[in-house]
Design a protein. Structure first.
Lengths: 300, 542
C-alpha cells in the first residue's frame, strides 16, 4: 500500500469534492478571489479534470478596491490557463458612491461583495459556487459544511445544516436553492503554503515582502495603492518592508512588517507567528458574531 | 522575531527544488500520523471547554484570538473574569447565547508529536446526527462524563453510535473532578460502570483519565491533585495512541466512478477516488454491476501518469476496451470484487424528523451511485440502554434498527466492516431533500454464516471457499469457466470412448476435465490475489 502524506490526503479530498460538484450540479462556477486559497483551489480544479479543462468558468466579484497587482495577476492567470473569467461589479453600488472610506467597511463589504456576489449568481443562474474558505480561518467557518446549502435568497441557516457523514454529500436541492462548496475545508494556512511550495503554484507578489508605501491607520499598516486614498491630517506616507498574509480590498487589508521575500521565509514566519491570518482583516472585527451574520446574509 | 532573525542568518534553501511532500514533512519531524478524534458527551459535560483548553495549551490559539476571547468571556462567559475556553470553539451566536454546542466544529492543531483534527460534537439528543457525522471519519472518540453525574443515557447512546460507525478507540475523560474533590472512588466507580456498559461494543481500547477541563488538571500534564492516577494526562495519551489498522484489505481494489472525463474524442477516462486496494496498469478489471471486463491502460494521478495507485488516491483511469461505464459504476478487480445487489440488509441510524415506516421510499446514495430505495422491512430496533434488539414498526429520530431495502437498480456494495466507502450510505427524503438516515450495509447475515458452518462439512466448505458464496463474483466466474469447458470435455470423452471403448473411463476423464481446470484456475486466482495484484486472469489456457 502506498502511504499517502497529509497533503496528498487533503489534495485527494479536495479533488473528490470538485468532481462531485461537476457531476451533480447543473451550472457550477469557481469564485476566484485571486488570493492564495483561490490559487490552490484553481490548481486543484485543473488537476481534477486533467487532461480536460474544468467544466466551469471563474467568477470574480470586483469591489473596484482590490490591489492593482491582484487584478493584473487575475487576468494573467485566466489567460495562462485558458479559462473563462467573468468579472462582476455591483454597478448600483458604484453609482451610489459606496467605498470603504465614504461608507465604512461594513456597508462597503455588504454592498460590493455580498450583494455583488448574489447579483452575479442570479444573473448567470449558477447553482453551485466553489469558495476557498477554510474551517481554521474563523469560528463560524469551523461550523460550515463542505456543501453549504443556501436558500433562493442566498441565506445560510446554521441550525439546519445537513449532516455529511463519511464523504457522502447530499447534493439535492430545491428550485432556486444553491450550494456554496468549500473543497479546502480541512486545510490550514500552513497546509496551503506547504502545498503552494510543493506544487510551485504562482501567487500574487503582494504575499512577498517588498518596500511599499504605507500609512499607519487604526493600528494597521494600510498600503496606499492608488490616489483615491486620501491621507488624513497627521498621517505620513512611509516606505516600509511589508507583505500581506491575506488579500482583500486594499483599504481594509493590513500589511505586516516582514523581510520574508520567498516561500521558505513565509512558511518560517508563519510558524513563528503569534497572531491569526485574519488579524489584518478589518471586516472581521465589526463584532464577534459578524462573520456569521455576513454569512447568513449571503457572504461566503 | 528572535526566531526569525536567527532564520535569516542561515543560508536559505530558497530556489532549490522542494523535496517530495513525504520527505519534507519527515525531515521536519511533523509527518506523525494524523489522528482524527471526536469529543462527545451530554449537555454541560464541558466538551467545548476541554477542547478550548487543549487548543490553548497546545499553543493553537493566537494572540488576537485570545484578545477576542477576553472580551467575549466578559460578555457571554460563565467563568467570571477568567477566560471561558468554551467560547473559543462555540462559534455560532446561538451557541454563545445558550452556552451549548449545536453543530460539529472542526479544529486543527498539532504538537511536536502529532497533528490532530478534532470534531467537537454536540451533546444534545436533537443533534445526535451531527455527532454521528463527526464520528464517521474519526479514529478515536473522547467520551466525557461529568464526575458528579456518572453514566447517563446519552453516554450509552454516544458509545453505541461511535461503535456503530466503526471507531475502535475510546478515551473516557471523567471531567469536573474538581467538583468531587478529586475523589478516586468516584472515578473508579465510573470506570467500572462504563466498562460494564460497553462490554459488547467491541472497542479495541478504552482508557480513563480524571480531568478538570476548567482548571486544566491532567489535560497536558499530570496533576498533583490526583496522585492515585497512574496513567498519562489526556494530551500525551492522544499523542501516543496507536490506531489499529483497518482490517487489512485483501488484494481486491475498487474504484467508484465519479466522473467520466471526455475532453475530446481520443480520451475517455473514469475519474474517482480509489476506495480500497491497489490497481496497476495491465490489471484485468470488471465494471460493476454489468460485469463487463477490460484492462487498465493508463492511470493518471494528481502528479501525472503513474503505474499504480492505491486506496485514498484520486485518479483517472482509461481502459483498453470501449465498455459502457458511467458515474455510479464501480471498476473493481475480478477477485474479491464487491457484491452486486438489488436488495440490501442494513443497519440504519434514523436522522429524519418524521419517523421511519415500512414501505417508505427514499433516494439512496452509496459511494457515487444513486438509486431509489424502498424500506420493505424493519426487522428490529436496537435499545440504546441495553443494546438489546426488539421488534419494531418504526424508528423515531435518533433510533437505530436493522432493515431490508429494495433498490430500483443493482449496486456494487461491501459489508460496512470491510469498507466504509462501499458499505456506508445515506437516505434522502424526496420532498424535503433532507438526509433522513445513515446506513451500514450488512452483506453476510449472521444466520447465513451460522447455517453455512453448521450445514456444510469441511470438504464442502473448502469448495465453497474456492468457488465463492452465493452471488459472489468468484462463483459466477467459476460457473462461467465450467460451462465453457463443457464442449471440450465432451470432445475428450468422445475421443476416449472411441479409442478405448471404455465408456466409464471416458465419462470420468471428461468430468474431471470439466471440474479440475476451473478449480485450478480458481486456486491460482486466490493464490495470486493474496500476493501481488492479479496479473493474468483470462486466457490462461483452460
Amino acid at each position: 500500500m502506498i502511504q499517502l502524506s497529509h497533503l496528498q490526503k487533503l489534495e485527494a479530498e479536495a479533488i473528490f469534492i470538485i468532481r462531485e460538484v461537476a457531476a451533480t450540479c447543473e451550472k457550477p462556477v469557481l469564485l476566484y478571489s485571486i488570493g492564495k486559497d483561490s490559487a490552490v483551489l484553481l490548481h486543484l480544479a485543473m488537476k481534477a479534470f486533467y487532461p480536460g479543462k474544468p467544466p466551469f468558468p471563474l467568477l470574480h466579484v470586483d469591489t473596484t478596491w482590490k490591489f492593482r497587482d491582484m487584478i493584473a495577476f487575475r487576468d494573467q492567470t485566466a489567460s495562462r490557463l485558458g479559462l473563462d473569467l467573468i468579472v462582476h461589479i455591483n454597478e448600483e453600488g458604484v453609482r451610489a458612491g459606496v467605498s470603504p472610506f465614504a461608507s465604512g467597511s461594513r456597508l462597503h463589504t455588504d454592498v460590493m461583495k455580498t450583494q455583488g456576489l448574489k447579483q452575479a449568481l442570479d444573473k448567470y443562474g449558477f447553482d453551485a459556487a466553489f469558495g476557498g474558505a477554510r474551517r481554521d480561518e474563523e469560528k463560524s467557518r469551523a461550523k460550515e459544511r463542505v456543501f453549504s446549502l443556501r436558500s433562493a435568497q442566498h441565506r445560510w441557516d446554521p441550525k439546519s445544516q445537513r449532516p455529511e457523514p463519511w464523504r457522502l454529500f447530499n447534493t439535492r436541492k430545491g428550485p432556486g436553492e444553491s450550494f456554496r462548496v468549500f473543497p479546502l475545508s480541512n486545510w490550514t494556512e500552513k497546509d496551503v503554503w506547504d502545498y503552494i511550495a510543493l506544487e510551485n503554484i504562482p501567487v500574487v507578489p503582494l504575499y512577498f515582502a517588498a518596500p511599499r508605501p504605507v500609512v499607519r491607520r487604526n493600528g494597521a499598516w494600510i498600503m496606499r495603492d492608488d490616489e483615491r486614498m486620501e491621507l488624513l491630517p497627521g498621517e505620513q506616507l512611509e516606505t516600509r518592508m511589508v507583505r500581506f498574509r491575506t488579500l482583500g480590498c486594499y483599504p481594509l487589508t493590513g500589511a505586516v512588517e516582514s523581510e520574508a521575500a520567498n516561500l521558505t521565509d513565509i512558511i518560517a514566519e508563519m510558524r513563528a507567528s503569534r497572531s491569526s491570518e485574519r488579524e489584518g482583516r478589518v471586516i472581521d472585527h465589526d463584532g464577534s458574531g459578524s462573520m456569521e451574520q455576513k454569512k447568513q446574509e449571503g457572504y461566503f | 522575531m528572535a526566531a526569525l532573525a536567527k532564520l535569516k542568518g542561515q543560508p536559505t534553501p530558497a530556489g532549490q527544488p522542494h523535496p517530495a511532500n513525504d520527505q519534507g514533512q519527515n525531515t521536519e519531524g511533523s509527518a506523525r500520523a494524523l489522528l482524527r478524534f471526536i469529543t462527545c458527551g451530554s449537555v454541560d459535560d464541558g466538551k467545548s471547554t476541554l477542547i478550548g483548553r487543549i487548543l490553548y495549551e497546545a499553543g493553537a490559539v493566537f494572540d488576537d484570538q485570545l484578545t477576542a476571547l477576553d472580551s467575549d468571556s466578559r460578555k457571554f462567559g460563565t467563568q467570571g473574569a477568567a477566560p471561558d475556553f468554551a467560547l473559543l470553539v462555540d462559534g455560532l451566536s446561538a451557541e454563545r447565547e445558550q452556552g451549548i454546542t449545536i453543530d460539529v466544529a472542526y479544529r486543527y492543531f498539532s504538537t511536536d508529536q502529532r497533528s490532530f483534527i478534532v470534531a467537537d460534537t454536540p451533546g444534545h439528543e436533537q443533534y445526535t446526527r451531527n455527532m454521528a457525522t463527526g464520528a464517521s471519519t474519526a479514529d478515536l472518540a473522547i467520551i466525557l462524563i461529568d464526575a458528579r453525574k456518572g453514566l447517563l443515557p446519552q453516554t450509552r447512546r454516544h458509545s453505541f453510535i461511535v461503535s456503530l460507525v466503526g471507531v475502535r478507540h475510546v478515551v473516557v475523560a471523567v471531567n469536573k473532578m474538581d467538583l468531587v474533590g478529586y475523589d478516586e472512588a468516584v472515578f473508579r466507580q465510573i470506570e467500572h460502570d462504563y466498562r460494564k456498559a460497553v462490554a459488547g461494543l467491541g472497542f479495541a481500547s478504552i482508557d480513563f483519565v480524571p480531568v478538570s477541563a476548567r482548571d486544566g488538571e491532567n489535560v497536558t500534564s499530570l496533576s498533583a491533585l490526583t496522585p492515585w492516577y497512574r496513567g498519562p494526562a489526556l494530551l500525551p495519551l492522544l499523542e501516543s495512541v496507536v490506531v489499529v489498522a483497518e482490517a487489512e484489505v485483501e488484494a481486491g481494489f475498487a474504484l467508484p466512478v465519479q466522473w467520466v472525463n471526455r475532453p475530446d474524442l481520443d480520451f475517455r477516462g473514469f475519474a474517482g477516488t480509489v476506495a480500497r486496494g491497489r490497481l496497476r496498469v495491465g490489471d484485468v478489471v470488471a465494471a460493476l454491476p454489468s460485469g463487463r471486463r477490460s484492462t487498465i491502460a493508463r492511470i493518471l494521478a494528481p502528479s501525472g501518469d503513474v503505474s499504480q495507485a492505491s486506496a485514498g488516491q484520486s485518479v483517472t483511469v482509461t481502459l483498453a476496451d470501449e465498455i459502457d461505464i458511467s458515474r455510479g459504476d464501480v471498476i473493481a478487480s475480478v477477485a474479491h470484487a464487491p457484491v452486486v445487489k438489488q436488495e440490501l440488509r442494513a443497519r440504519l441510524l434514523w436522522t429524519g424528523e418524521a419517523a421511519l415506516r415500512e414501505g417508505g421510499e427514499f433516494i439512496l446514495k452509496l459511494a457515487t451511485a444513486t438509486a431509489n430505495a424502498q424500506i420493505v422491512r424493519l426487522h428490529h430496533s436496537v435499545d440504546i440502554e441495553s443494546y438489546a434488539e426488539a421488534p419494531a414498526e418504526s424508528l423515531a429520530m435518533n433510533g437505530i434498527g436493522l432493515a431490508t431495502l429494495t433498490l430500483d437498480r443493482q449496486l456494487a456494495v461491501l459489508d460496512y466492516a470491510r469498507s466504509r466507502e462501499l458499505g456506508g450510505f445515506i437516505l434522502i427524503d424526496r420532498l424535503s431533500n433532507q438526509t433522513v438516515a445513515f446506513g451500514f450495509v450488512e452483506t453476510r447475515r449472521a444466520q447465513d454464516k451460522a447455517r453455512s458452518t453448521a450445514e456444510t462439512g469441511g470438504a464442502a466448505r473448502a469448495v465453497l471457499r474456492l468457488v465463492g458464496w452465493r452471488g459472489a463474483q468468484e462463483r459466477r466466474a467459476w460457473f462461467e469457466a465450467a460451462s465453457w469447458r463443457l464442449a471440450s470435455c465432451l470432445f475428450v470423452a468422445a475421443a476416449v470412448a472411441l479409442t478405448t471403448g471404455q465408456w466409464a473411463l471416458a465419462a470420468a476423464l471428461g468430468l474431471s476435465d470439466t471440474v479440475l481446470r476451473p478449480l485450478l484456475k480458481g486456486l491460482h486466482a486466490r493464490l495470486w490475489a493474496r500476493r501481488a495484484p492479479p496479473a493474468l486472469y483470462d486466457g490462461a489456457g483452460i
